[in-house]
Design a protein around this ligand. Structure first.
Ligand code: ATP
Ligand code: MG
Length: 431
């Protein structure tokens, strides 16, 4: 099937949103659908002033407001194409027509709109690509005609009018979708694929360690796509790292928040700890030691937010600190479960997701990262837990972590303003 969008803009009167997995969730279906509708409202809210939603048997129908005579505007249609591919929980979405439940109404809608569609189709498809099918889904078993009778009836007329088209029931490039439902018929010519997954907010909440790199924003998105709401914590080393690092994190968080309920952004200054490590510990263990304390500090934030797990963009074998051995040494210091949704991804796949969700360009702007401060020339790739712990024992861990927490702020992703966060000091450190 040709993936380039070639469909013309037509006076659609409804949008059919399909979800796959949540259709199978039995008792939870009500809240899943509610969250899906919330997600649609959040993503499309700017373009749809007063959308009306209707839920019916595995579908959510979206009707544009009355302002435009009940028809979709071009801007709304473009918003669908832009937003739907990244909207968690959506299998696909079709702009189309809700019409009365009779064969005559179906014929009227199809013959009124199909010529324009075929014209655009022929203009963009080579002779061997010009495959056609109508697929009728007879959800309403009381409809007087069977699916194949309807399909055959239309096919005869279609091939009479446009002999350039050939029938392909499996993968037609031009597909007329018809849903026969108790409440009416839905007709469409286009399916905008969503990312699948589960609607935002249906799968608990977690705290992601967000750095300015390419990976961690993608890790956040993958969690969000599975329904988990994500808060963010970032580590900096002010004044060694610039202010721009934090505005970049806020910008990334703002992009990610587009796909979920508003995640909070917390910025921790790791410098007090890093200095102590520089002055007291073996150089090759620095990175692992930083990471262990990042997990401890993140856990304090997570407990405060009641987040259930930590999320990182770690990827097996990508850099020295990301060997299995080092991940185990880092995990050992974490009072919380660490989730690594990108563990086995290839870098190119991670970059493709980053591009799709709109974080790649931002991530590629170079800003010095906290981890590069006092970074060891050759970090240990397989740190021994015993040696790491012996190094750590040279530090006054509780005092250092408290000092980092004292220098922790919660940030506005809009104004970039940092506010003190003294509540964190009341949380137990759980070392
Ligand atoms: P990324 O592209 O996400 O920065 P990376 O490939 O640079 O990842 P590392 O630098 O080893 O890999 O970081 C691994 C993970 O640790 C990151 O994905 C992120 O979740 C977390 N992390 C690293 N540095 C920071 C930081 N300064 N603040 C918050 N989290 C961080
Ligand atoms: Mg990084």
């Amino acid at each position: 099937m040709s993936m380039r969008p070639w469909q013309p803009f037509l006076p659609y009167n409804a949008v059919c949103c399909r979800y796959s997995e949540i259709g199978t969730k039995g008792r939870n279906r009500g809240s899943f659908v509610r969250r899906l509708v919330e997600g649609l409202g959040r993503s499309l809210g700017e373009s749809f002033a007063s959308p009306r939603f209707e839920v019916e048997r595995g579908r959510v129908y979206l009707y544009p407001g009355r302002e435009q005579g009940g028809l979709l505007t071009r801007e709304q249609w473009e918003a669908l194409r832009r937003e739907i591919p990244n909207l968690p929980g959506i299998a696909s979405v079709s702009p189309g027509w809700h019409c009365p439940r009779t064969l005559e109404a179906l014929q009227e809608y199809v013959w009124r709109t199909l010529p324009q569609v075929v014209e655009a189709f022929l203009a963009t498809h080579s002779p061997e690509e010009r495959t056609y099918a109508m697929r009728v889904n007879r959800c309403d078993k009381s409809f007087p005609l069977h699916s194949d009778e309807i399909e055959k009836g239309f096919a005869e007329e279609v091939f009479r009018r446009w002999p350039q088209l050939t029938l392909d029931l499996k993968k037609p490039a031009l597909r007329i979708g018809v849903d026969l439902r108790p409440s009416g018929i839905f007709v469409d010519y286009e399916r905008i694929p969503g990312p699948g997954g589960l609607p935002a907010g249906s799968g608990g909440q977690a705290l992601a360690l967000l750095s300015g790199g390419i990976d961690s924003p993608v890790a956040c998105y993958e969690m969000i796509r599975r329904g988990t709401n994500v808060d963010f914590v970032t580590f900096h080393s002010a004044p060694y790292t610039p202010e721009a690092g934090l505005t970049k994190i806020c910008d990334l968080a703002r992009i990610l928040n587009h796909f979920q309920h508003r995640g909070r952004v917390v910025a921790v200054n790791l410098l007090p700890f890093q200095k102590a490590v520089r002055d007291n510990c073996e150089e090759k263990f620095r990175t692992v030691l930083y990471r262990r304390s990042m997990m401890r500090l993140a856990s304090v934030v997570a407990r405060h937010f009641q987040d259930e797990a930590l999320v990182t963009g770690e990827n097996l074998g990508q850099v020295a600190s990301q060997t299995l051995t080092n991940m185990r040494v880092i995990q050992e210091a974490s009072p919380m479960m660490i989730l690594r949704p990108l563990l086995v991804y290839d870098k190119l796949d991670i970059m493709a997701v980053a591009r799709k969700i709109g974080t790649l360009d931002l991530s590629q702007i170079p800003v010095p990262d906290s981890c590069t401060i006092f970074a060891p020339a050759s970090p240990a790739t397989a740190a021994s837990l015993a040696l790491v712990k012996a190094n750590e024992a040279r530090l006054d861990l509780p005092a250092l972590l408290q000092e980092c927490l004292r220098q922790t702020t919660i940030m506005s992703t809009v104004t970039y303003q940092a506010h003190p966060f003294p509540e964190l000091l009341e949380q137990p450190l759980a070392l």
